[in-house]
Each structure stands twice: as structure tokens, then as C-alpha cells.
Ligand binder design. Sequence first.
Ligand code: G16
Length: 546
Amino acid sequence: MAEFQEISKLSALHPKPAGLVLQYGTSGFRTNAKQLDHIMFRMGLLATVRSKKTKATIGVMVTASHNPEEDNGVKLVDPMGEMVTQDWEEHATQLANADQEDLLTALKNIIEKEAINMSQEANVFVGKDTRSSSASLSQAVLDGVSALGGHSKDYGLVTTPQLHYMVCCQNTQGKYGEATVEGYYTKFCQAFIQLTKNTSNRTDDQKHLCLDGANGIGALKVREMESHLKKELQISLNNDGSKGRLNHQCGADYVKVQQKPPTGAHRINPGERCCSFDGDADRIVYYYTDSEGTFHLLDGDKMATLISTFLKELLTQAGLDLKIAVVQTAYANGSSTHYLENTMKVLVRCTKTGVKHLHHVAQEFDVGVYFEANGHGTVLFSKAAEEKIQQLAEDTNVNDERKKAALLLRNTINVINQTVGDAISDMLLIEAILAIKGMTIQQWDTIYTDLPNRQLKVKVADRRVIDTTDAERRAVTPAGLQEAIDNLVKKYRQARSFVRPSGTEDVVRVYAEADTQESADALAHEVSLAVYRLAGGVGDEPKPLH
Ligand code: G16
């Protein structure tokens, strides 16, 4: 076939470094940008084949999200805007790791296995973040698409969730919205304005939000969006990319893991409502400092709690019997799970890390609220649930309370990006809920009190020696590690700890929580030492935190 000759020729321009092996991780390939040119070309090929298979538009986003500036990565987006399926992750790994001379064979194997009709048209949407390496890497994706004769549309600089949205809009013939950045702002900002329009006692203070843009794409896009908000939300933008480095001592991951405000932000006034995006604006965390200067973090768990409480109340007021559930990961603070299950009486499910896992579980419910503690999440409404809400909102024979609740639910659906966790859409949703409930960030914070916790990273020679089970809450290998963790946990009150290999960085992650910060820190350090000793730690032994 003519296109295969073209691939041979063009792939030589994107050669694979000999011996380099990369795995499709938590949300795609991710490593130092210098090692990724061949991966991008090959993911262009794969996305084209996937498009032919699904007879739909596929998305490819060039980003390494929360990683440092020098890294880059790629996320593949399936037709409804969700992450690519697991069997295609395996195809991606095979194609990525095929030696240069075996690339065509690897590609043909996928085409054969998936029974692809190569005469089918293919469409691929491509987006990129603000990293300096993203321009040439996204060009490599476009080269891969054209090598197989596919059509591509280059959206240039967009947030990851914006690209997910575009793909979904395109494949649903505009039913989800218009597949343009303008269409995105119009859809979500209009819903926000509708939601907040009857909260007339909202003061200017309540309309003001301080945002840390992580010096990334989210900052650029919030600037672009601002006029659509018609001053109903006034954003003081810090870390807008004009001077600081991407994700450097700022952004959602830094704030969550370090449990402190970002640098580069203006001096935060006591009680001021603040939030941070991550590098590709698919995560958000909120925070404030109190009058004593103590920092308070409101992470994905607190957002899931606020959102699910709000939705549950509205469903009750609307008289709709719809099943709502919250999906979390092992990182969810024990207090949040306890509150959701015992006070709110909401069904809680736990999955492995990675929004792709949470998304699929959330799809099993009428209303599935899913959030990782790191601030990555959204809400999914089943088609049946959306229809019931829509019918009630249009019904002229229902009482005012039910009608009002149905209208609020309908606008809430419209402010949510259901394709994937989206910092911009989540921010608008949280801001709307706080406005409707007349709630301050302090009041939101007191819904429950987090157990003190600590996250650490340990460098090992090969993080794949750690295998886990039970939604990553227990380590199966290396031998003796889980036993060591169990014995350490027993020393502390209300304690819990687990370890897992990261799917985005070359480290092992350690999580610990306990009744005091000192205990959580000590436990995290002791578990880190166990990982270092039993899983082949490299470099210096982890040092105590205090
Ligand atoms: C990605 C995933 C998230 C995950 C995070 C960290 O986020 O989309 O679901 O929680 O990586 O994963 P890990 O602990 O495996 O490194 P992002 O925002 O970096 O794309």
C-alpha cells in the first residue's frame, strides 16, 4: 500500500533511540521531551488507525501536565471525549517500543488484529500545552497522521479538557456544543451565569477569586474566557506564564503535595478564596489561609463532597429517584470517605489511580461524582438521568420547588465538562455552588476535618518491582513490603499507608495518614525507608521530615 511506503520514509525522520522502552502510563506516555519525537509520530499513526476503527474523530494532546517543564507526554482521546480504552493502550505500547525496522510490522499487526478497513476516512484533532517542546512534538503527531493519509485539525494551544470537549462535540454533531474554543467558553460560561443569576445577594467579595495558573495553558485560557463571565466571576490571575516556570513551586500538584500556597502569587489575605490549576488545566485545588496564617487545603475529596451534597439535595427537592455515587482512589482522605458513607449516606467506590478508572466506574450510576484527591475529577450523568431532569424542567404541572430544583440541575449539567476532569469547568461549578448556597470557603472547609496526611516519593532502580492489588491499597511485591507497612501502620492511631509505582514519573509514591501531622510524617518516612530497602532504592536513604 502506498501509505506504508510513506510511513517508512517519514518514520526515518522520527527515529526511535535504540534500546528505549516506554510504557503507556497513568494517562499516556510521559518522560523527558528529548525522548519523545518518535512516540509522537507513532501516536499520530495510532490515532489515525483508531479513527478508522471507530469511524470517528480521535484526539491527541501533547502535554506532560503536572510534570516539570523539561518533560512532555501524550494523551489519547477516544470518540466521546474519554481516555482511550485499555486494549488500545497496549497497542500504543507495542507501537511505541517497536524497533525502527519493525515499525511497519507492528502497525500491520494492529491493523490486522482490529480488522481495520484502511480505506475508511480518518480524522484526528491535535492540541498542545505551553511547553517549549510541544510545538515540534505536536508537529510529529501531525506528520504521523498525514503519513497514513488521515485528516487532522491542529487546535494549537488548548487545555487538555478543551481538546476532550472538541472531540466529543465533533462526534456528537454539535449536540454537546460547538467544537471551537469559543463554543467551549459560551457553553460553560452561559451555564455559570444561569446558575448564579438568582443569587443577587452575592457581594463583590464573593465574586472574587484568586487563581494560580501554574504558568501554564490554563492561565492563557482563563484570560481568553474572562469576557464571557460578564464580571459574575472576577479572577485575579497569578502565575500567568509571563515570568515564572511551568509548575515550578506553583500549580495544583505543588499545592496539594506540599500543603502550602504557591509562590509567585500575591500576598493572600486571610480568608481569601484561592485555587490552583495544574499544567494542562485538568486538575484544580482550592485553599485559603486563616487569620492565624494557617493554610487550609480543599482538595478533590472536599470538592466531591460539596458537589455530591449539592446534587443530592437538588435530586431530593426535585423528587427524582436517581442513584448517586462518589468514586475515589486510595488517596482519598479517610475522613472524606467516612463522611460520605456515614453522614451523607452516599455510596462510595474506590478504584486504581487514573481518571480513566474512575470515569468507567462513575458511568455505572445515574449520577457519578468522581474525584481524585489531587483535584482531578468531574460528574457524569446517565442519559436516562439527563432525560428525567430535562422532562421535569419542562413540565408545567409541577410545584415551584421541584421545578426550581430541576432547572438548577439542568444548568448544573451544562456547567460540567462530562468528558474528563476539567479545572475551568470544575472552578465554575464550585463557584456556582458556593454562590447558590451562600457559603464561604471556611464554611465549606468545616464539612469535615481531613486526617493529617503526607505524600512522599522514593527513587528506586525499577519501580515495576512494586505490584499492587485491592485498588492499589496493598503491595503484592516485593516480598515483605506489605508486611513491613502493616507493622508500621500498627504503631500509629487512625493510621493508613500504601505505596504504588507512579504512572507519570519515575518514582514510587508513598501515602500515609494518621491522627496527627507528626505521626503522618513519621509513618510516611518509615514506609519510604521500607520501600528504599526492599524495592531497590537508589541515591541517599530517605531522611526524616523533621
Ligand atoms: C495524571 C492522571 C491522574 C493521576 C496523576 C498522577 O494526571 O490523569 O489521574 O492522578 O497523573 O498519577 P501517578 O500517581 O500515576 O503519577 P495529570 O494531571 O498529571 O495528567
